[in-house]
Design a protein around this ligand. Sequence first.
Ligand SMILES: Nc1ncnc2c1ncn2[C@@H]1O[C@H](COP(=O)(O)OP(=O)(O)O)[C@@H](O)[C@H]1O
Ligand SMILES: O=c1ccn([C@@H]2O[C@H](COP(=O)(O)OP(=O)(O)O)[C@@H](O)[C@H]2O)c(=O)[nH]1
Length: 237
Amino acid sequence: MAAAYKRILLKLSGEALMGDDAYGINQSVVSGIVADVAAVAALGVEVGIVIGGGNIFRGMAGAASGMDRATADYMGMLATIMNAMALADAFGHAGVVARVQSALRVDQVVEPYIRGKAIRYLEEGRIVIFAAGTGNPFFTTDTAAALRGSEIGAQIVLKATKVDGIYTADPKKDPTATRYTTLSFDEAIARNLQVMDATAFALCRDQKLPIKVFSLFKSGALQRVVAGEDEGTLVHV
Ligand SMILES: Nc1ncnc2c1ncn2[C@@H]1O[C@H](COP(=O)(O)OP(=O)(O)O)[C@@H](O)[C@H]1O
Ligand SMILES: O=c1ccn([C@@H]2O[C@H](COP(=O)(O)OP(=O)(O)O)[C@@H](O)[C@H]2O)c(=O)[nH]1
């Protein structure tokens, strides 16, 4: 199989890491992700990963229960660091070298985000896991994926999530919703499709960085996406 991309930014939903559990990190889900990413990296594709934190803590949930929103968002960013460490550890066990870089400084724990160093790691064939989102409250890890994807010069942002693409409405709530094969950024923003936030869509649109939304749980989906095959939904300029 030949890869359609040289460098990709993979966004992994934090909530998807739970698998069927109620909370936290499901080891069999993590092993599946590691195997899929290792297979793609073995083709010579350079992989940067942005990981979410919704399986542990979400700022909006904290704010809804009365917390200061910015404080809750910082807690959410810390949650992504834990996920990043768990994922890097799992890569290590599989014999794949992964480095974690955090947008918030926790120097005793993981290295800080330094763009040039991240690019160097990628060139050396290491997996780079970007933790702590953008480092700013009021943003999401989807926006962090758009940002880091733009910074590292990725050719595409691959959003791996619980649904197998973008639907006309949230398929979890509306069973009559149908899936788009392709969609323009303007359409995605105008229709207010909640699969990704408007900030992330707008940044990718401005940078002409396409996004592919696909299922994290469909066997071989990442490989098919990287091969440029028809899988999930492509959002383009
Ligand atoms: N139009 C839509 N098409 C697809 N998924 C949608 C849509 N609107 C809302 N969603 C929801 O968006 C979620 C994917 O976003 P994601 O950020 O990965 O989830 P999470 O917020 O759990 O991390 C899906 O679980 C799905 O229920
Ligand atoms: O740049 C960022 C990225 C994330 N977060 C916080 O971290 C939480 C976890 O990230 P997210 O919800 O995007 O993870 P996912 O949806 O992928 O599980 C968010 O709810 C926010 O509170 C933030 O404040 N700034």
